[in-house]
Write a protein that binds this ligand. Structure first.
Ligand code: DGY
Length: 319
C-alpha cells in the first residue's frame, strides 16, 4: 500500500508508516498544487495532509477508487471537505489532545508579547536605540488581575483559561453549549453571551474551529463592542475574524492591540497589518514545538495504520 505525505513531518511518524507501507514524502519546501494533490489521491491508499492543503471535492473524487484515509496533521480540519469524504467512504482523522497545551501556551505568549510590547522593545534594542532607562519607555498594560474572555471553550480554550489562574484573572467564556455549572466552578469561569463577553473583557482570545457558524464571528459589529483598551488574540483560524475591519480598528486605536498566529487569507496578510506597531504576528506556529510535532506525527501515522487495518481510528473526525 502507498502512503503520501504532502510535506516533510518528523521522522517518528514517517518511520512508523515505513515499517508497513511504501511511503512518499514531499521533500520540497513548498505546498503541493491542486493537480499534484489529485494525482497523489488517485494513487495512494492513505494521504497525510497539512492544514494548508485544500482537500476539496475534486481531490476527493480523484481518490475515490483507491484512497481510504486522509490524516490531517492538525486538530483543525476545515481544509478538508470532510462531509464529502465521508460520503465517498474515505476516513478523515486529525490530531486532537496532543497539541492542546502547546497551542494554549502560544496564545498566552502572544497575549504577553503584545500587552508588554516585547517585539517592539526587542527591535528597539537591536537597532541600538536603547540609551538608558526611562520612566515611560514602552509602557504596556498589565495582564495580572485583568478580565479574560475566551471564545470557544473546548480543549484548547479550557487549557488557555487554566493559565489565567496564576495571573489572578477573572475569566468569562462563550461557547455554543454552556458547560454544566460544576464544570464552570471547577475551572473558575463564568459564562457570558458573546456580545457581553466582548464588552467586558480586557483580553479576548479565540479558540473556535472554523465552520459555517464561526466564519466572521467577530465581524464589524462585534469588533466594535470591544473596549478601547482591549487586546484580541487569535490562534484559532483567521477567517473567524473580519481581518480587514480588524486592521482598521487597530490603525485607529479603537482597540489596544492584537496577537495573531492565523490570518484570513493565509499566508497573505491584509494590507496594512504588518505596518501596525500594536500587533504581534506569528506564522501559524500554535502547535510548533518539537515534542508536539513529534506527537502529532505519531498520532497521524497510528490513525492511518488503524484505518488501513480496517479498524476505526481513535482520532477519526466522524464520531
Ligand atoms: C491546528 O492544528 O489546527 C492548529 O492550527 C495548529 O497550530
Amino acid at each position: 500500500m502507498k502512503i503520501s505525505i504532502t510535506y516533510k513531518i518528523p521522522e517518528k511518524g514517517i518511520n512508523l508508516l515505513k515499517e508497513k507501507y511504501d511511503v512518499w514524502t514531499n521533500e520540497e519546501d513548498r505546498a503541493l498544487t491542486k493537480e499534484e494533490l489529485k494525482k497523489l489521491a488517485s494513487e495512494s491508499d492513505g494521504m497525510l495532509t497539512m492544514l494548508s492543503d485544500k482537500i476539496d471535492k475534486e481531490v476527493i473524487d480523484a481518490g475515490k477508487n483507491k484512497l481510504k484515509i486522509i490524516a490531517n496533521y492538525a486538530v483543525g480540519y476545515n481544509n478538508i471537505d470532510f462531509n464529502y469524504a465521508k460520503k465517498s467512504g474515505i476516513e478523515v482523522t486529525n490530531t486532537p489532545d496532543v497539541l492542546t497545551e502547546t497551542t494554549a501556551d502560544l496564545a498566552w505568549a502572544l497575549m504577553m508579547a503584545v500587552s508588554r510590547r516585547i517585539v517592539e522593545s526587542d527591535n528597539f534594542v537591536r537597532e541600538g536605540r536603547f540609551n538608558g532607562w526611562k520612566p515611560e519607555l514602552f509602557l504596556g498594560n498589565d495582564i495580572y488581575g485583568k478580565t479574560l474572555g475566551v471564545i470557544g471553550f473546548g480543549r484548547i480554550g479550557q487549557a488557555f483559561a487554566r493559565r489565567a489562574k496564576g495571573f489572578n484573572m477573572k475569566v468569562f467564556y462563550y461557547k455554543r453549549n454552556r458547560l454544566p455549572s460544576e464544570k464552570e466552578k471547577e475551572l473558575g469561569v463564568e459564562y457570558l453571551d458573546l456580545n457581553e463577553l466582548l464588552k467586558n473583557s480586557d483580553f479576548v482570545s479565540l479558540h473556535t474551529p472554523l465552520t459555517e457558524n464561526t466564519y466572521h464571528l467577530l465581524n464589524k459589529e462585534r469588533l466594535n463592542l470591544m473596549k478601547k483598551t482591549a487586546y484580541l488574540i487569535n490562534t484559532a483560524r483567521g477567517p473567524v475574524v473580519d481581518e480587514k475591519y480588524l486592521v482598521k480598528i487597530l490603525k485607529e486605536n479603537k482597540i489596544a492591540g492584537a496577537g495573531l498566529d492565523v490570518y484570513e487569507n493565509e499566508p497573505k496578510l491584509t494590507e496594512g497589518l504588518k505596518e501596525l506597531k500594536n500587533v504581534v504576528l506569528a506564522p501559524h506556529i500554535g502547535s510548533g514545538t518539537i515534542e508536539t510535532r513529534n506527537n502529532m506525527a505519531e498520532m497521524a501515522a497510528k490513525g492511518i495504520i488503524k484505518a488501513l487495518n480496517g479498524e476505526k481510528p481513535f482520532n477519526s473526525v466522524f464520531k
